[in-house]
Design a protein around this ligand. Structure first.
Ligand SMILES: C[S@@+](CC[C@H](N)C(=O)[O-])C[C@H]1O[C@@H](n2cnc3c(N)ncnc32)[C@H](O)[C@@H]1O
Length: 289
């Protein structure tokens, strides 16, 4: 699907696995990360007596999902904001889905600054109402804090060297300038590796700008309370920092029983057609009766 209004498109990962994990039935579901509406659409099509509350903090994503899900009318309600700040009021859900992180649509909008393949301001905010941007971190944080950030959130072993280079060459205006500086300070073997040498640093910046681990912790704490008895909580994550948190929170929650002992991953056919699925890990838990 390409939405005429926004051009946003997102192929949902683990589609069959997500539907199975949610154990769909007539009722109310929460899509905490509606994005382009791919997963919500699958849910709405699979079960005609199902309704969805759809959340996204990104205005472009909400507009795109509204266009994509328009045909379902009143069966979908939208809320723009961070899932960590969502208040369900008196509603309780039969299932909650969170497909974490950024969507391919974010990378398809070069001006948002998520990609180092196109020159753009160092932005990286999913919610453009917030004030912290990647430019502020890159241009104002001290070297030690930058190195720690790149090491912990990017799992980048050359974090110190990259931080030193960033401080020496700043201020940076654009994504491509920053990526070139990083590529220029790493050994040649690293430059010719499987991924671009700036990939992990960009991941770290994005996670920090959007406080992705903090808001995930809040969601993992709150979401079990938003479920009906036997309601399902399904989280799809894309790196080990997130997956570890999901695993531990599910185990530690007195309200949940773990359904997936091991994370569910994509089949080779899906990885071949949707590269984003390669690192997807789905975990599912159920609210105790
Ligand atoms: C991977 S995409 C979801 C794609 C969606 N499942 C689909 O099939 O189209 C993640 C979306 O969640 C949003 N998002 C990420 N973290 C969020 C948060 N803490 N609160 C609200 N929305 C968030 C992003 O803006 C993005 O649009």
């Amino acid at each position: 699907m390409t939405s005429a209004s926004t051009g946003m498109y997102h192929v949902p990962v683990l589609p069959k696995e997500t539907l199975a994990a949610l154990a769909l039935k007539p009722g109310l579901y929460l899509d905490a990360t509606v994005g382009g509406g791919g997963h919500s659409r699958l849910l709405l099509e699979a079960e005609p007596a199902l309704q969805v509350t759809a959340i996204d903090q990104d205005a472009v994503a909400i507009a795109s999902a509204q266009a994509r899900l328009a045909s379902f009318g009143e069966r979908v309600k939208f809320w723009r904001g961070n899932f960590a700040e969502f208040d369900p009021g008196s509603h309780r859900f039969d299932g909650i889905l969170a497909d974490l992180g950024v969507s391919s649509a974010h990378f398809d909008q070069p001006q948002r600054g998520f990609s180092f393949r196109h020159p753009a301001p160092l932005d990286m905010r999913m919610d453009q109402r917030q004030s912290l941007t990647a430019a502020e971190i890159v241009n104002y944080w001290n070297e030690v804090d930058l190195a720690n950030l790149i090491y912990t959130l990017g799992e980048e072993r050359l974090s110190r060297r990259i931080a030193r280079q960033m401080v020496a060459q700043r201020p940076f205006q654009t994504t491509t300038d920053l990526a070139a500086a990083i590529a220029g300070c790493v050994p040649a073997s690293y430059r010719h590796g499987r991924i671009h040498p700036a990939t992990r640093t960009f991941q770290a910046l994005r996670i920090a700008v959007n406080r992705e681990l903090d808001v995930l912790d809040t969601l993992l704490q709150e979401a079990p309370h938003w479920l009906k008895p036997k309601g399902r909580l399904v989280i799809i994550s894309f790196h080990s920092l997130e997956d570890r948190r999901v695993k531990h929170a599910f185990r530690a929650s007195p309200l949940l029983t773990v359904i997936s002992k091991k994370p569910i991953v994509a089949q080779p056919e899906e990885v071949n057609t949707n590269p984003r699925s390669r690192s997807a890990k789905l975990r599912v838990a159920e609210r105790l009766p």
